[in-house]
Design a protein around this ligand. Sequence first.
Ligand code: NAI
Length: 505
Amino acid sequence: MSALASNAPVAVIGAGAMGAGIAQVAAQAGHPVKLYDNRPGAAVQALAGIDRQLARLVEKGTLQPAERQAISARLCPVESIEALADARLVIEAIVENLQVKQALFSQLEALCAGDCILASNTSSLSITSLAAGLERPQQLVGMHFFNPAPLMALVEVVSGLATAPAVAACIHATAKAWGKQPVHARSTPGFIVNRVARPFYAESLRLLQEGAADCATLDALLREAGGFRMGAFELTDLIGHDVNYAVTCSVFEAFYGDFRFQPSLLQKELVDAGRLGRKTGQGFYSYAEGAGRAQPHELHSPATAEACVVEGHLGVLQPLVERLRASGITVVQRAGSGVIQVGEATLALSDGRLASQRARQDGLRNLVLLDLALDYASATRLAISWSADTSDHARDQAVALLQCAGLRVTPVADLPGLVVLRTVAMLANEAADAVLQGVGSAADIDLAMRAGVNYPCGPLAWAANIGIAQTLRVLDNLQRSYGESRYRPSLLLRRCEAEGGSLHD
Ligand code: NAI
C-alpha cells in the first residue's frame, strides 16, 4: 500500500507537545495541515511555537528561509472541528482518556469521508477499545510518535483487532515518507517500546533495593559498560517518576499483575514524597543549586599484572583478551572451561549465578565475576563481584589485570547476573516474548528499541551476540536464585536454543 499523497490534507487534533510536533512533521513533508484544539487560542499558540522551531533550524542552516515560509504557510489553525471535514488523515493527540478519545472518533467518523484514516497517538490505550463502537473500526489505527516528534525517528503503527491491513500499511508508508522509522505493532499493553523497556528501569530499581550499589554507580555501569545513553535513575529523573511509575503500573495491571512488570516500591516512595525528578528538583538525585554530582564507586588495585592464562573459549568476552594483549599483557591460551586466571584469581563472565554459589558448585577458587559490556574492546568501565571466600589479594590481582586494559573497575554486591548482563537478558527476554506473542517482528522490535529509546543495540541482536544459550542460562539462573516467575525465560529463547535457530527467523 502506498503512502498518502504528499499534498493530501492532514488534520491534527490536540495542540499540546505531541500534536504540535506531529503537525510540524506532516507540514515539513508537504501536507497542508489543519491543527485543532478545543482550548480556544491553543492551536494559534502552538503554531507560533512551531514557527520558532523552524526559525531555529534556519539559524542553524538546516532549513532554507523559503522552505520555512512554505512550511508555515501549510499550517493552519482552526477553531472548529467541522473545519477538518476534508482531511484524508486525522491524527489525534488529545488528553489520554478512553471515553474522550472514543467520543472524538465517533464525531470524526460522522464528519469525514468514509475512507479517511483516523489515527491515535495514544501511548497506553488499546486501539481495539478506541475503535469499538465505531461504524468503520477498520479505518482506525495507532500512529504512536515519540517525544519530541520532529526529532525522534520511531513511529509505532499499531493495529487493533479491526484495523484494516491496508490502513496500517498506508500509515507505515506515510510515516516512512515523512522521514520516520515506522514499525508495525499489534495493540497489546505498552505496544513495543513501553513494554520491552520495562526491565531497563525495573532491574536497576531492583538492584538498588537489594543493595548492589548506589544510583550513580549503577547509572555509570549502564552508560559506560552497557553503552546506554543514560542510566535508569538519571533517565527516570528526567522523564518524571509520576509518568514512569504510571506507565509501569498501567502495563502491570494490563497484564493481570504479571510479576515481570511489577512496579517498584522504591519508585512509589519517590512519587508519594513528591520527589518526581528534575521537574521538582529532587528524584534519585538532587538538582538543587550547588548539589554535587555523585561519583560512581571504583576499585584501585595496588597490584600490577603482566600475564594471564585464558582457559578455553570466552565467547562474548573474547575481545577483552585482545584488549589485554594490546595493553602488553602476556596471554597464555590453554584448554579449559572459559575462564581467565591471573595470579590466584579466576575471572569469568557471569552466568546468572551468585559468585559464591558458582565458586562452590564449580569448585572455582578466588572467583571474580565479570559483567557484560556492549563492546569489551571499547568499554571504559566494567562491574565485578566476587565470591565470599575470594581473598582480597586475589581480587586485587583481578582488578589490576582489568586496570591494565584501561578499564575502570566497579564493585557490585554479589547478586545474580551483575548489572548490564542482567538488564540485557531481561530486555531480550521481554523482546522475545513480544515476538512469540505476535506483537511485532524481531527486526521491528530491535529497530523500535534503537530508534524509540536510543538503545545501542536491539535486545534480540544483543542476545544473539551474547549467545542464546548463555542468555537463557542467565535467565534460568536468575529464576532459580529468586524463585520468581518474573525471571522465567521466554519460550522463544528456549525454542531457539533447542532448535539451534535464530531469533530473527
Ligand atoms: P498535552 O496535555 O500537552 O496536550 C493535549 C492537548 O489536547 C491540550 O492542548 C488540550 O487542550 C487538547 N485537548 C484535550 N481534549 C481535547 C478534545 N476533546 N478535543 C480537542 N483538543 C483536546 O498532551 P501531550 O503530551 O501532547 O499528549 C497527547 C497525547 O499523546 C496523549 O494521548 C499521550 O498519551 C500521547 N503521547 C504523549 C507523549 C509524551 O511524551 N507527552 C509521547 C507519545 C504519546
